[in-house]
Design a protein around this ligand. Structure first.
Ligand code: NAP
Length: 281
């Protein structure tokens, strides 16, 4: 039985989930478009995914976002996968298509869109990617289509970068794996620096100082809260181009919305909702 005959319910599943900005962002969009839809946060713990999905099927959920720790483990539990999920091996969006749960990945689009909007050409460019987890994987998958010249992957645990290295090798992208502490040595030669670690979320100092960053470099911090991280401050001080983490959050949300509703998302209100959250919290 569905929650209601005409109300369409969407949600985000994950754990922890209480600080997610997705409910506010999507509910603002639904309200703006006057569609009878609602979006809630649904905490599903690591070992509860199968039971959680069964509940979502039972209430005929219209669609949902997937966040940590389920982005990879949900794959065998879905009925269909879009090519974006196959490419990256992770799912962040599910659409209920006539009772079948189909997985998509909008993180790849979310990552690259702010770069494209700035008309930044990455062909043959050098990228310093800091981190080797899920967000780094979305970045690498997006960068594969941009004909980048070289990707230096810096991580605390270098062995964990091996998976990303293998993905790049299959695409003939030249890589170098380095330890996190050596990031600063590679930063000055990078055209694009991406932070895909949580460093900065707790107000920590940036591992890169302004003197490590070139003014013609683009610095993209995937950490979205706080908006002004230590890395963003260093990049601004160096005169580099800055891309904020909230931009990826917004773009992946817009894409999810458009998969679900098959209509243009009201991006301005979605952006405003995120911005208000940063101002008031
Ligand atoms: P993840 O899969 O858990 O990966 C975390 C990565 O950060 C790993 O490379 C890990 O290194 C490294 N790391 C974790 N704690 C660290 C520390 N204290 N010092 C140095 N390195 C550390 O997480 P994720 O999903 O990739 O997320 C990473 C960050 O990106 C988070 O801050 C998340 O909020 C952000 N993010 C933003 C968006 C967006 O839309 N803007 C989307 C996704 C993620 P090891 O491999 O050595 O453990």
């Amino acid at each position: 039985m569905s929650l209601s005959n005409d109300l369409r319910t969407y949600c985000i599943i994950g754990d922890p989930i209480d600080h997610s900005l997705s409910p506010a962002m999507h509910n603002a969009a639904f309200k703006m478009l006057k569609v009878n839809c609602t979006y809630i946060a649904f905490r599903i713990g690591k070992d509860e995914l199968e039971a959680g999905l069964a509940s979502l099927r039972k209430i005929n959920i219209a669609g949902f976002n997937v966040t940590m720790p389920h982005k990879v483990t949900i794959i065998p539990l879905l009925d269909e996968l879009d090519e974006t999920c196959i490419k990256i091996g992770a799912v962040n969006t599910v659409n209920n298509e006539n009772g079948k749960f189909k997985g998509y990945n909008t993180d790849i689009h979310g990552f690259i869109e702010p770069i494209k909007r700035r008309k930044i050409d990455l062909k043959n460019k050098t990228v310093l990617l800091i981190g080797s987890g899920g967000a780094a994987r979305a970045a690498i998958t997006a960068l594969m289509d941009e004909s980048v010249g070289k990707i230096v992957i810096a991580n605390r645990n270098v062995e964990k970068s091996q998976v990303l290295n293998d993905i790049c090798k299959r695409q003939n992208i030249y890589t170098e794996l380095v330890i996190l502490e050596d990031s600063s040595k590679y930063a000055s030669n990078a055209d694009l620096i991406v932070n895909a670690t949580p460093i900065g979320m707790k107000g920590e100092d940036s591992i890169l100082k302004a003197e490590h960053i070139n003014s013609d470099c683009v610095v993209y911090d995937l950490v979205y809260r706080p908006m002004q991280t230590g890395l963003i401050r260093s990049a601004n001080e160096a005169g580099a181009t800055v891309i904020y983490g909230y931009e990826m959050l917004l773009e992946q949300g817009i894409k999810s919305f458009e998969i679900w509703k098959q209509m243009k998302a009201p991006s301005d209100i979605m952006k405003k909702t995120i911005a208000e959250d940063f101002i008031y919290k």
